[in-house]
Design a protein around this ligand. Structure first.
Ligand code: ADP
Length: 247
């Protein structure tokens, strides 16, 4: 696809639940290779926005385009296979398996779990897992059960598992909720490193964290884009301050 183009676009997208518009005529686009943060007060439509990109909910009106392709009527599974990976708020790692085994499984989504774990990994796969362990900073914990990781380390492992599936677009939902300052900074550095080679869309509340990672911020309000700009512009925009204070 066109590397200078848009990775994701929504055109006049509306999502109604019994007549209530959780997303209201939303026009959004992100360039290939961009790291974008989406913020907005509770109920702004952030979760529904991710749901409509991943095919969990269908737009009532409008279109969603991924790399220029209309996602209309595709299932969540089909959309994931096209190259959209979503990280949910709570980590979904296999607690009884080691960090390395979790990554091996993620590299082998199409195989069954047993062959992923007990089959002889190719040297390419071993290298991939080694590289992922370094990227997520868990090389020294590779042979520990995931249950023994801190909450922040589990978040990093899950991001590594997502990256193992080579998505073109990473959707990351509130990755630092409940993390310590140090873990928050680690996640920020990881996302910045991944942004060198991925398009990433992050939903986040923690403004300190947004300041660490964001180049461009989109503010959602009542299901539409209220404002877009740098973090400095966003923090000085009277309309943004108003909707947050009105919460
Ligand atoms: P955010 O993630 O920004 O807090 P959401 O996308 O979760 O916002 O929700 C936006 C609005 O849509 C909220 O008012 C919420 O109550 C409503 N909403 C979300 N999902 C549903 C649903 N399945 N049925 C009815 N209303 C919903």
């Amino acid at each position: 696809y066109d590397m200078s183009g848009k990775i994701i676009e929504t055109e006049n997208v509306t999502v109604s639940f019994d007549g209530f518009k959780a997303i209201n005529n939303l026009n959004f686009s992100m360039d290939v290779g961009e790291l974008r943060v989406v913020i907005g007060p509770n109920g702004a439509g952030k979760t529904t926005f991710l749901d409509v990109i991943t095919g969990k909910v269908q737009p009532t009106q409008g279109r969603v385009l991924f790399k220029g392709r209309n996602l209309r009527r595709l299932s969540e599974h089909q959309i994931a296979l096209l190259g959209i990976g979503r990280k949910f708020q709570t980590p979904r790692v296999y607690l009884n398996l080691t960090v390395r085994e979790n990554l091996q499984i993620a590299c082998n989504r199409q195989k069954n779990v047993f062959s992923a774990l007990f089959g002889r990994p190719s040297s390419a796969e071993r290298n991939t897992v080694k590289g992922l362990l370094e990227t997520i900073g868990l090389t020294i914990k590779a042979d520990l059960a995931a249950a023994l990781l801190s909450h922040g380390e589990k978040q990093r492992l899950e991001i590594g598992m997502l990256v193992a599936q080579s998505p073109d677009l990473l959707l990351v939902d509130e990755p630092v909720a409940g993390l310590t300052d140090e873990e928050t900074e680690n996640i920020g550095n990881l996302l910045l490193a991944l942004a060198e080679s991925h398009s990433i869309l992050v939903i986040e509340h923690d403004m300190e964290f947004v300041r660490q990672i964001a180049r461009k911020v989109t503010v959602l309000h009542e299901g539409s884009v209220l404002y877009e700009g740098s973090i400095e512009e966003v923090q000085n925009e009277p309309r943004v301050i108003e909707v947050y204070l009105g919460e």
